[in-house]
Design a protein around this ligand. Structure first.
Ligand SMILES: Nc1nc2c(ncn2[C@@H]2O[C@H](COP(=O)(O)OP(=O)(O)OP(=O)(O)O)[C@@H](O)[C@H]2O)c(=O)[nH]1
Ligand SMILES: [Mg+2]
Length: 691
């Protein structure tokens, strides 16, 4: 296969709010460019990029997929990213490795909060950013409204084309750069020149002025010329626009309809003529080392996505920043400090692989069954030293307990979750040793629903999903002094052990010395309990602590002094002292004002100003304490401490309180006493489940 020149590549992430038509637009591009022989539709479940069964079933994109179209000898790599809140995080790695982002806007109503969220990530976005106003064939869809919404986000966004006709009559566009009109054939997506409709003359004139003005801003000399009233040539505008795109100073807006194939050809022409190739964008960095895009340089690539399928195995998708990734080489995984022999490299068209012998600098390729590659890893020539910064993923926001339905499910579930987490870094799971539950965490309820489905469909694992238990702890507030004798005489050898203990809360000065929540102090003098049985007493106490005393939760932060006891020359044995220790603790515990402790989380919430009142009111009703407030851009930041029990469903709650515009993170802070009435409920629950 002949090698494509890096300058002929365009890496385009297609991103935006959910349901705006990203996948449909990619489908329209593929069809118009002849990469597919039919125009596939999301609603028919046959698009190239929404190929996963769960995507087809739900008609939404769950994870980024890669395909490409050839347009005028250029290779356009298209990354179709998810737009729904639960899955949007998968858009970030695609944005991080692309040179261009096409934001698809799908309504004029101005509530595309996930677009706003992506837009706010600023420097994490590719330098060249274009807005596509989609669905212009649809009733009530207004280009003007969508433009003012986009301009409310970014004042340097400016139309470079105007729609001809609206709703069902939308048929083409006026190209403001070339001052010409184009009509599109919905059957092929191809463009044909037409007259600029006479009733649009004024609008076109005005839009061309605004565009010239916006573009002139890029270049001081040009701006001066413009302000002096001198004519600015089309060539000058074109050059300035290219610079403006590269330097994130101008953001073109293009009207399209993915459904009726209008604008796809225009966008691809624009990509080829104006949008930067991998050679033109600022060089990627690994630490302080620049990685210029040069197919003859040292090979450096980064894996930005992993997919794992029980049938086809693991696929690692990477972007080559420099050099040429060959199919028959030994590469170094710089991040893992490991190396492996590559056998086979391919390009992806959705799920379809086409093998190649090389992937040049700037291009995107994939390898199968890599032993070392994980998402974010740098794969490079053996003598390359510095890893590219790994990709960032947010912490999960919601957790559920996954209970395997049968013994077979139990055996398979961990392996299955490991595989799923390998392709989805926002999915985490762990066995909570306190509650003994398998806790699976993700970005939202839908995310965990999909996980439950995938476990079943891909791995045949059935799991019941419930809210996870809160890992409460038990401790005491008071002191107690207990003497306990364990004596058993039933036929043969008897058992005898007697202990006297003092129980009290662990003083903070002892905290360092304690282990697993207990400081056990041996105060036995004169061998009243023989030395070898002292550890038995401690063991009995510790095993009781694990299973809890009043409500079945782990006991923590206690100090136990063993100060007296008795033994029997024949009947004293390890088990007898273990039982005596355990029973003594149980008695002492109930006498020493036992309490429950609950986990308190540090929460950081970012919301629009307008939601502040509701959020604070809600935090108060959640027994939360607001620790501080601050502003961050147009948003307000609230820091609070809130019990975990109140925060388990905060993700959907915050989403509905803020119409999706709120974000939050939380992490464990400390344990606090659970108020008496709530503690009684928890104890009653525990008793009920014991019966
Ligand atoms: N009328 C009309 N409908 C469209 C157009 N583009 C997309 N749609 C419809 O909008 C819905 C969503 O389209 P998708 O392409 O799945 O949107 P998306 O942005 O990829 O959605 P997510 O990836 O799930 O965020 C589907 O029902 C499409 O048929 C368009 O240009 N016109
Ligand atoms: Mg999609």
């Amino acid at each position: 296969m002949s090698q494509i020149d890096s300058t002929m590549i365009r890496n385009i992430a297609v991103a935006g709010h959910g349901d705006t038509g990203k996948t449909s637009f990619v489908s329209s591009l593929l069809f118009t460019a002849g990469a597919t022989n039919r125009h596939f539709h999301v609603d028919e479940g046959n698009t190239v990029t929404d190929f996963d069964e769960d995507e087809i079933k739900r008609k939404i994109t769950l994870s980024t997929s890669v395909c490409s179209a050839t347009w005028k000898k250029h290779k356009l790599n298209l990354l179709d990213t998810p737009g729904y809140s639960d899955f949007i995080c998968d858009a970030f790695p695609a944005l991080a490795i692309s040179d261009i982002v096409a934001f698809v806007v799908g309504s004029g109503s101005g509530d595309e909060f996930n677009l706003e969220r992506l837009w706010e990530s600023g420097d994490a976005l590719p330098p060249a950013r274009v807005f596509l106003v989609n669905k212009l064939d649809k009733e009530n869809m207004s280009f003007e409204k969508a433009v003012s919404y986009i301009q409310s986000l970014e004042q340097n966004a400016i139309p470079i084309a105007l729609p001809i006709g609206s709703e069902a009559e939308f048929k083409g566009l006026v190209d403001l750069l070339e001052n010409r009109a184009l009509q599109f054939d919905p059957g092929t997506g191809k463009a044909k020149a037409m007259e600029i409709p006479s009733d649009m003359a004024d609008a076109v004139e005005e839009a061309r002025m605004s565009l010239s003005e916006a573009v002139a801003e890029v270049d001081d000399a040009l701006l001066e010329k413009y302000l002096e009233g001198e004519t600015v040539s089309s060539d000058e505008i074109r050059e300035a626009l290219k610079t403006g795109l590269l330097e994130s100073m101008v953001f073109p807006i293009i009207p399209v309809s993915a459904e009726t194939n209008i604008g796809a050809a225009y966008f691809m022409d624009f990509a080829v003529n104006y949008l930067p190739s991998p050679v033109e964008v600022p060089a990627k960095k690994a630490g302080d080392t620049e990685i210029p895009c040069d197919a003859n340089g040292k090979m450096v690539a980064q894996v930005f996505k992993t997919t794992v399928d029980p049938y086809t195995g693991k696929i690692s998708i990477f972007r080559v920043y420099s050099g040429t990734f060959r199919s028959d080489q030994t590469i170094k995984n710089v991040t893992q400090d490991d190396s492996e022999k590559i056998s086979g490299v391919f390009f992806l068209q959705g799920k379809t692989q086409s093998s190649t012998d090389q992937v040049v600098a700037g291009d995107i390729g994939a390898i199968a069954k890599s032993k070392t590659a994980r998402t974010g890893d740098t794969l490079a020539a053996p003598d390359w030293k510095t890893a590219i910064e790994p990709l960032n993923y947010p912490k999960p926001l919601i957790s559920f307990a996954f209970k395997p339905a049968t013994k077979t499910d139990e055996e398979k579930i961990s392996t299955a979750l490991t595989r799923l987490a390998e392709e989805d870094p926002t999915l985490r799971y762990e066995r909570n040793i306190e509650t003994n539950e398998l806790v699976v965490s993700g970005m939202g309820q839908l995310h965990l629903d999909v996980t439950q489905d995938r476990l079943k469909r891909k791995f045949g694992v059935n799991a019941l999903v419930t809210r996870p238990k809160i890992p409460y702890k038990e401790t005491v507030k008071g002191k107690a002094d207990v003497r306990y004798r364990h004596k058993k005489q039933s036929g043969g050898a008897g058992q005898f052990g007697e202990v006297s203990i003092r129980l009290m809360p662990l003083p903070s000065s002892d905290a360092e010395e304690a282990s697993e929540g207990l400081l056990f102090v041996d105060m036995i003098v004169g061998g009243v309990i023989p030395n070898q049985y002292i550890p038995s007493v401690e063991k009995g106490i510790r095993s009781t602590m694990v299973h809890g005393i009043v409500a079945g939760y782990r006991v923590k932060d206690i100090r136990v002094e063993l100060y007296d006891g008795k033994s029997h020359p024949v009947d004293s044995k390890d088990i007898a002292f273990q039982i005596a220790g355990a029973q003594a603790l149980k008695q002492a515990f109930t006498q020493a004002s036992p309490i429950l402790l609950e986990p308190i989380m540090n929460v950081r919430i970012v919301v629009p100003e307008a939601n502040m009142g509701d959020i604070i009111g809600d935090l108060n009703s959640k027994r939360g304490r607001v620790m501080g407030m601050d502003s961050e851009g147009k948003k307000q930041v609230i820091k609070a401490q809130v019990p975990l029990a109140e925060m388990q469903m905060y993700e959907p709650e915050l989403r509905s309180m803020t119409g999706g515009r709120g974000q939050f993170t939380m992490e464990f802070e400390r344990y606090d006493e659970l108020p008496g009435n709530l503690a009684e409920q928890v104890i009653a629950e525990a008793k009920k489940s014991e019966d």
